[in-house]
Each structure stands twice: as C-alpha cells, then as structure tokens.
Design a protein around this ligand. Structure first.
Ligand code: UDP
Length: 230
C-alpha cells in the first residue's frame, strides 16, 4: 500500500478504494509540539482500540470512521480538513490553567468550546470565532454546527465514561468535509487527544502521564481499555 502521509502519531495509506483511506496508528508518542518523542512498542494498537470504541459510540454524529481494518488501523473517509483544533472542556486542566492562572480540576459552569488554529510553527494559538470567520477559514454556520456536534460528543462520551467511574475532563476534535461536502468529525478520539480522570482518585488515564513523566502511557491506556471494554 502506498503511504500518502506520515504525521507524528499516524500514517495515511492509499487503500485503493474510492473516497477511502487507511489510517494507521504508529507506536510514536509526542508531547510539547514534538519536543518530547518516544517510540513505545504496542502503543499504536492501544490507540486504535480506544479510537474504535469511541467512534463506535459517536456513530450518530457524522464522522469519517468507515470500518475496522487490523490491530493498528482503520478505514476512513477521505476528507478535506479544516485547520482547527476544536477543544471542549468540562474541568480545568492543561493550557487552560496556564493561560488563565487557575487551579487544575475545577468544574466549569458549562462545557467550554474553544478553537485553536492548527499550525505547529505558531504553537497552535487560541483563535476566536470572529477571527476564524475573518480569515475565511470557515463560516459562522459551520462553526455553530461544529459546536453542536462537539456538545453531542461530549454528552455521549461523558455519560458512557461516568458509568465506568471516569471523568471526561476535556478533549480535542478535528473537523473537515467529506467528498460530498458533508461536515464530518475526523482524526482520532483516543487518550492522546482526551483527558480522562479516575472519578475517585483523579488519576490521569491519558497522555498527561507521558507529558508529565508520571508513568508509561501504555500502562494507563491498558487500564482505561480494561475498564471501558469490560
Ligand atoms: N490536545 C490534542 N492535541 C494538541 C493539543 C491538545 O489532542 O495538539 C488535547 C489534549 O489532549 C486535551 C485537550 O486537547 O485533551 C486540551 O488540551 P490543552 O489545550 O489543555 O493543551 P495541552 O495541555 O495539551 O498543551
């Protein structure tokens, strides 16, 4: 299969099907805009398993997931991506705490919708909706549909995870358009792109353990999967 693109954590292949591509999770993990990097055997398989579960759960929200392929990859719809990182937060953490000088773990009054410009060379800056519109990245109506889809995904995932005593602290989505122009959720939904905390101990079951050098991420990804699969 011909590789079309290799990113920090995934590779894209031409699968020879009209309108479809293959997305393969690598064993690579990065943090801090690629400053920290490791290759952890078996990590791609864990990400793919989590991604499969989460895309299955949100199947009513238009998205790119077509079907399972193998242990580390899935078939997806070809998309034209928007250069945005869409973040929703239920509790304070990460860049939100650094930006506003607030403590970690405070429950926000409402799920907060934030947009970031996807540009590594600029460090993915926060961008407001009016700027997105002024720069002609996308229009107001599309932003409001992205907001609605993100709220729906937050509702589905939070409800599912709470049954397993896990808090969905925040998560990042990427959106784009399928070949027929339909707005779709793309990219991945994994512990690399979400924050999950044990509801009781508040321990991280996500990439924060790697960002903060607390544990081998594979160990906590396994714990997460054992809890949500079981
Ligand atoms: N996130 C991501 N990719 C990024 C930046 C953030 O998937 O390039 C996710 C991150 O895992 C978290 C959420 O988006 O679930 C919010 O991240 P935050 O803005 O707090 O940034 P970070 O602490 O990762 O720098």
């Amino acid at each position: 299969m011909k590789m079309l693109y290799s990113g920090k954590a995934k590779e894209i292949y031409d699968i020879g099907e009209d309108g479809h591509i293959l997305v393969k999770f690598k064993d690579d993990i990065t943090a801090g805009n690629g400053k920290k990097h490791s290759v952890l055997e078996g990590k791609g398989k864990l990400s793919n398993s989590a991604n499969r579960i989460f895309f299955n759960l949100i199947s009513d929200v238009p998205n790119h997931y077509v079907r399972d392929y193998d242990e580390t990859s899935f078939v997806a719809k070809k998309m034209k991506m928007l250069p945005l990182e869409v973040v929703m937060r239920n509790y304070t953490a990460g860049s939100f705490c650094r930006r506003y000088g607030v403590k970690r773990g405070i429950k926000l009054k409402e799920p907060l919708f934030e947009l970031f410009l996807k540009d590594d060379s600029l460090g993915d800056p926060l961008i407001c909706e009016d700027t997105v519109i002024s720069l002609n990245i996308t229009d107001k109506h599309t932003i409001s549909r992205i907001h609605e889809h993100t709220l729906e995904i937050n509702r589905i995932l939070s409800e599912f995870l709470s049954k397993h005593a896990i808090l969905l602290v925040d998560f990042k989505l990427e959106f784009g358009f399928g070949e027929d122009g339909e707005l779709l959720v793309g990219d991945e939904i994994t512990p690399d792109t979400c924050r999950f905390w044990d509801a009781e101990t508040k321990e991280s079951l996500d990439k924060d353990v790697y960002r903060r050098s607390i544990a081998d991420p594979r160990e906590v990804y396994r714990v997460l999967l054992d809890r949500i699969e079981g």
